[in-house]
Design a binder for this molecule. Sequence first.
Ligand code: GLN
Length: 206
Amino acid sequence: MPRRSYKFKIGVLALQGAFREHIEMLQSLGVETVEVRLPHHLDGLDGIIIPGGESTSIGRIGERYGLLEPLREWALQGKAMWGTCAGMILMAKDVGMDQPILGVMDITVLRNAFGRQKDSFEVDLKIPALDAVSTRREKGKPFHAIFIRAPVISSVGPGVEILATLDDGTIVAAQQGNMLATAFHPELTNDTRFHRYFLEVVRRTR
Ligand code: GLN
């Protein structure tokens, strides 16, 4: 792994779901982390991750704690934000359901898109964008993607770049400016490339 020091402070929304795994991965990269539970926890952060979990719970708790509006502002100001799975649902403009969301990214998502038979599965994805942060050994290596009751991106707006699709063309990762969204869970693997990719997005915003 490249020895990079990231002098960033990254917040992980810590209301519900898989936030610890993101924090551990960031810390393994030498990043200072903050568990975000209240609006003032956003002060001084360089980037924010919205983890997987249950998007309805995260949305409701976030609403109660007054976090949704500051998070919306955050994204609209062009600061770096990455949502994984439920986090991606929260970022989407359209989720086809009535639930509290941020609605900041020009994507439409379909929740629990794989249904019961394929509740959870793992698949190797080709993600060329990761080459930008890859070591020589990592270059071109597929990314092992873990999907857990995952949503998919059913459509993207004009300013959105598709980062990864399944073999059948289903969109599972996208980027719009400094916003990243993944339907799968990089924090549950040992592969830090996606986190490093996000940290490069963060670097660009500073
Ligand atoms: N199914 C969850 C939802 O709709 C997302 C699952 C996940 O984050 N692993 O919110």
